[in-house]
Write a protein that binds this ligand. Structure first.
Ligand code: SF4
Length: 239
């Protein structure tokens, strides 16, 4: 049966799938509050906040968005924003000129092509100025409940450390990790992994000795394994 042989060959090894799902279960128990750390109440707010979060922290973004959302409550308001005023409002998030430009152009595109509404599908979202797959997946997963995998810097690093992928390419990582989990788990998986990356499995000096998935991680030992030393590396960040 050549076709089923091909399917079997393309499937990830069962042991890898089992280990990956166990890691996700433990991370879910460890971080029961894991969710998007950007504050938002609708798809447009999440899209705006996600654009602002580039090269910034969620904490900093959450500081500027209440006033920003009050001043620009819809796509039409963003489209006709006063550039200098917008820049001043979002200045703390960095790269404020480029981000202002993106937000105004996104507002214009939404008004011109989508009746002022944020589209709920990947194909349309990535046609918006400055919106790539990563931003689109954040919005789809968290504001529309559409399964998607957000490959940010934490997700990429941890997927590699867990042995879920050897690739550096975000699209490839999205596909390879996606094959290990059912789509209904993708959005929460991203939150668990990203929270673990921010709190424990840091880029430099991961807290291996205090890590809840140490026994399942092929990269155990990349950071200090002494429990006391590792415990001091655990952070409780917002952003
Ligand atoms: S054992 Fe170390 S490398 Fe592996 S997930 Fe935990 S902190 Fe990260």
């Amino acid at each position: 049966m050549p076709s089923s042989r091909t399917e079997v060959a393309e499937k990830p090894p069962t042991a890898l799938v089992r280990r990956a799902r166990k890691i996700n279960r433990i991370l879910a128990e460890t971080y029961p509050d894991a969710k998007a750390e950007l504050d938002f109440t609708n798809p447009l707010e999440l899209l705006v906040a996600t654009v602002l979060s580039a090269q910034s922290t969620d904490k900093r973004v959450n500081m500027v968005t209440p006033e920003l959302f009050r001043r620009y409550p819809d796509a039409a308001a963003l489209a006709s924003a006063d550039r200098a005023e917008l820049e001043e409002l979002i200045r703390p998030t960095g790269f404020f000129r480029a981000k202002s430009d993106s937000l105004i152009r996104i507002g214009q595109a939404l008004v011109e092509r989508f009746d002022g509404e944020v589209p709920g599908n990947l194909e349309d979202l990535v046609t918006l100025p400055g919106v790539g797959r990563k931003t689109a997946n954040v919005v789809l997963g968290n504001a529309f409940g559409v399964p998607g995998i957000t490959v940010d810097t934490h997700f990429k690093r941890l997927s590699q450390r867990f042995g879920w992928t050897t690739s550096n390419d975000p699209d490839r990582i999205e596909a390879e990790v996606g094959a290990l989990f059912p789509p209904k788990d993708w959005v929460m998986l991203c939150h668990h992994v990203i929270w673990h990356g921010r709190r424990c499995c840091h880029a430099r000096r991961p807290a291996c000795g205090a890590c809840p998935v140490a026994s399942l991680c092929p990269s155990y030992g990349e950071g200090p394994t002494d429990p006391e030393v590792a415990a001091k590396l655990i952070r409780e960040p917002r952003g």
